[in-house]
Design a protein around this ligand. Structure first.
Ligand SMILES: Cc1cc2nc3c(=O)[nH]c(=O)nc-3n(C[C@H](O)[C@H](O)[C@H](O)COP(=O)(O)OP(=O)(O)OC[C@H]3O[C@@H](n4cnc5c(N)ncnc54)[C@H](O)[C@@H]3O)c2cc1C
Length: 299
């Protein structure tokens, strides 16, 4: 591993033994051996080649707002793109944006220019890369609705994929099936609107979120995808888990499809709540609950 840190230093900044708690919105997770910030796309490509050839595991990380990391140490490299991929370029209604940019920043920036399209995103605390990975969305709108194309690193090559080349659906895309593909940039097509109208929509949704979500506690947002027959929060309520606590984790009293970290929760606490909900919803309602949150470094 001594060699590894020397090699990574050639390609960007490296930090050692970082608590994953500091990298996730859940504030949960063990130690990451290395967190790496590549300083150029070329160096990202070189570093990936090196890691692959030397059988070192790595994980691309956005803002960690959809990840439940285990309490174990991660003996690999977490790669963060936000130090180098953080620019927004707007020409007319076309927005070219780097994967490391915060979705919320992007939404407010486009709003101030009177561009409509990202109103759904002002309460989603992820990166553009993370949103494209799982097709983040809210209020019946999602990321792929306004997407033109995505710049991807795959098989060591840079390639623009048009929206038509990517499969996407509710909280799922081709990227979930190809975890080795790295999203670098995207182009979106927005619509010219009126700043005041857009701000009104954003403000209205902000109020709704503050009233309906436990934003004062660490979480990863919705834990389960909505099944076809009803909302996931209704399932959790029907099986009696609203307010259920295991260790430091609890199905929120405010929004029962959120698990909140109320008191130094362990990943295991959250995991047990998730498994309990999956079992009871199957037994009592014949519904298969599917986690929306991603499990990382689980054994
Ligand atoms: C309070 C709260 C509210 C939320 N509300 C919503 C909501 O309304 N709607 C919604 O959809 N989600 C919501 N979420 C969940 C989360 O914010 C989204 O899923 C977001 O898109 C995750 O982005 P991220 O950058 O944090 O990704 P991460 O959690 O860091 O990563 C998630 C996955 O994306 C992959 N990934 C990230 N960047 C890249 C990249 N550049 N290339 C390839 N793969 C990449 C990672 O490898 C990982 O597999 C909420 C979360 C919280 C905490």
């Amino acid at each position: 591993m001594v060699n590894l840190i020397e090699v990574l230093h050639k390609f960007g900044d490296v930090k050692e033994n970082i608590s994953i708690k500091t990298l996730t919105s859940f504030r949960i997770g063990g130690l990451a051996k290395f967190v790496f910030y590549p300083n150029s796309i070329e160096n990202l490509i070189e570093s990936i080649k090196y890691l692959y050839e030397n059988h070192v595991s790595y994980k691309i990380w956005g803002m960690g707002s959809n990840i439940l990391a285990s309490d174990y140490e991660y003996d690999g490299v977490i790669i963060k793109l936000d130090h180098m991929l953080n620019t927004i370029d707007i020409k007319g209604e076309t927005v070219l944006v780097d994967a490391g940019v915060s979705l919320i920043t992007l939404a407010y920036k486009t709003c101030l220019l009177g561009l409509s399209g990202f109103e759904y995103a002002t309460g989603i605390p992820g990166s553009v890369g993370g949103a494209l990975y799982m097709n983040a969305g809210a209020y019946k709108h999602d990321t792929y609705e306004i997407l033109n194309k995505v710049l991807v690193l795959r098989n060591n090559e840079l390639e623009w994929l048009n929206k038509e080349d990517i499969q996407y659906s509710y909280r799922h895309t081709s990227f979930c099936d190809h975890k080795e593909w790295i999203i670098l940039k995207a182009e979106f097509k927005l619509t010219q609107g009126n700043v005041d109208d857009i701000q009104r929509v954003i403000e209205d949704r902000k109020q709704r979120r503050f009233q309906s979500q436990p934003l004062n506690l660490p979480s990863a947002g919705s834990v389960f995808r909505n099944p076809s027959s009803m909302y996931a929060w209704q399932v959790i309520d029907r099986i009696g888990l609203r307010g259920k606590q295991i260790g430091g984790a609890m199905f929120s009293l405010v929004h029962s499809n959120f698990i909140v970290n109320v008191d130094h929760a362990k990943a295991e606490d959250v995991y047990e709540l998730v498994q309990l909900a999956i079992r009871l919803s199957k037994e009592e309602l014949e519904i298969d609950l599917i986690p929306e949150v991603e499990f990382f470094n689980w054994r």
